[in-house]
Design a protein around this ligand. Sequence first.
Ligand code: SAH
Length: 339
Amino acid sequence: MTNLRDLTYEELESLVISLGEKKFRAKQIFDWLYKGVASYEEMKNVPASLKEKLSENYYVFGLEIVKKLESKIDKTKKYLFGLYDGNMVETVVMYYKHGITVCISSQVGCAMGCKFCASTIGGLVRSLSAGEIIEQVIFAQKDIGERISNIVMMGIGEPLANFDNVIKFLVNVNDERGLNIGYRHISLSTCGIVPKILELAKHKFPITLSISLHAPDDESRSSIMPVNNTFNISELIEACRKYQKECGRRISFEYAIIKNVNDTINHAQKLSELLKGIMCHINVIPVNNVDENDYEKPDSAKIKRFCDFLESKGITATVRRELGSDINASCGQLRKNNL
Ligand code: SAH
């Protein structure tokens, strides 16, 4: 069985035609899917015979809200969504002055093994389909009753390890007949799967690429991120330069700053040298608490010195505002099966 939301508009149209129906039926079905129906029954103006034929190979399912938490500090909402097969993922809705942002997951669990991150505990169960990725946006939007304008692919999973489905998701989420979210309002974050960064560049989507760098040298990066043993820093930065040449967009580097691991001026110095000539922005994230490890944030004066040093070298660096900290909805705190 395939999720009907895995199809692009064009694929849905061909399917409807192949079933001997008129093209406009695809438009009706697409509308229902993106409005957030949870079953074929809800598609009122679609003939029962067509729905029956579709349901032989395609299912329509509404993500189930297994749990929902709301931050008392900043209104951030975290959903634990139940998928068609009983697996679960977390999705976060954040309220900013410029609009509402959803942080979505791309896999159930994660195989990357970053030492500081809760999403990788228990490893990877499976990748999400394109439809399951987009359903997080659809059903979060339906629940809050307001339009979501921005998407960050910064939830559970490594998007570039689920490449084809993520590409299809990007095409579908941008479709003006559906959610119509512009590429400039989408960020995709990766721990650094070099060949896939180069493949993504070829698509030239004007999205923001975020690189989870977290350390400026191979020794410290490999100690916290196993992926660095496969693709080292120089290969990663080379790929970033190529990506930027191809897409012309500013790259965002994420730097989870951790006490006694990567927080010295020496690290900041190396970082500034590494990123020389790349049009970029550094997002410094004071490492968030995860019970299973004992990484700690440096004190705020030290974080400020780190950022000030980068700024003195002409690199913009901002400390990411922590949202949803009282509901474990911050970076690196999302999990599968969070009950
Ligand atoms: N796998 C992708 C997408 C995850 S995005 C990636 O690695 O980029 C989530 C971001 O939060 C990543 O930058 C990740 O490294 C970071 N992160 C993970 N655990 C964290 C923690 N405990 N504190 C702060 N940031 C963390």
